[in-house]
Design a protein around this ligand. Sequence first.
Ligand code: MG
Length: 366
Amino acid sequence: MRIARLETFCNEFVGFVRVTTDSGAQGWGQVSTYNADITCTIFHRQIAPHALGTDALDFADTLDLIYERELKYPGSYLRRAMTGLDTALWDMRGKLEGKPVATLLGGSPGPVRAYASSMRRDITPEDEAERFCRLRDDKGFTAFKWRVGAEAGRDHDEWPGRTEAVVPTVSRALGDGIEKLVDGNSCYSPARAIEVGKLLQDNGIGHFEEPCPYWEYDQTAAVRAALLLDVAGGEQDCEYSSWQLMLDRGAVDIVQPDVMYMGGMHRTLQVCQMAARAGLPVTPHAANLSLVTMCTMHLLRAIPNAGKYLEFSIEGPEYYPWQEGLFLGDPYRIEGGHAIVTDAPGWGVEICPTWLDSATYQVSER
Ligand SMILES: [Mg+2]
């Protein structure tokens, strides 16, 4: 069974991929979000020509081959585009076999504990605490992550004093029995990260994500060595060599690959195995409710070193207007703090036809 046609449907934020084989089998995937229009151009220019005509079921080597053919273009965009191919082929295989991807990966459908993940820094400590408590009471979330510092902030805060206020305010409001996580998004020098880390420890926070510029593995390792809480990271890293460096330096307690930044499931599974060999759990990055969170749910139902929970964005249309109306039904409903991988084949989602009608269309075929 060979890949005969690759189609993309995109806007600036989201790009879906449909693969069709020479036998007529089809599957749906997605390139990584943001600048998805650029990523889809790369998909048709630098991914599709190498993929057309190759084996649609046994494709791990095709992904390697694409990288070798495009060896002058290392980096994120090629991986983001490659994800569209990988995720569409996993969906197609699931539909052929009548199984969810989680089952193809050796796992099973079922619930996945989710943590409620805030994406906002422009929110006051009081407002963040208020919406978290509402989600705890209404949806049953038992874990929450919020933001400290400023993104790549060179030790600056979003506004002076916000971090010192938001940490105790939110922690106290949530109360005992709730797991508490924060994200620095590459804000801090090691010295400042250690100071903030002690404030976090004093307030019951157990997970400090991306404390230092993420590419500075030694800085992150120094912070990890100085603190008792878990240091987490890796969401931007998309090459095995950078993951190996991160693990060799002992930079993190928890690894956080993003399925869609990595280049898809095949490559993410490799990182999960690298983490398993280092004795570390995997709590992937999944920052919006496009297909990335569904892929991550299937992954967490399958790998032996799955972390404690799924990252689940709590932002609605005012923050992510582009994620409205992508899918039919409600694949991301939360019940008792858990998301559900159903037994529907493939990713188990159906993309909304009206969304597809409004998208920019491109096709590559043999
Ligand atoms: Mg993060």
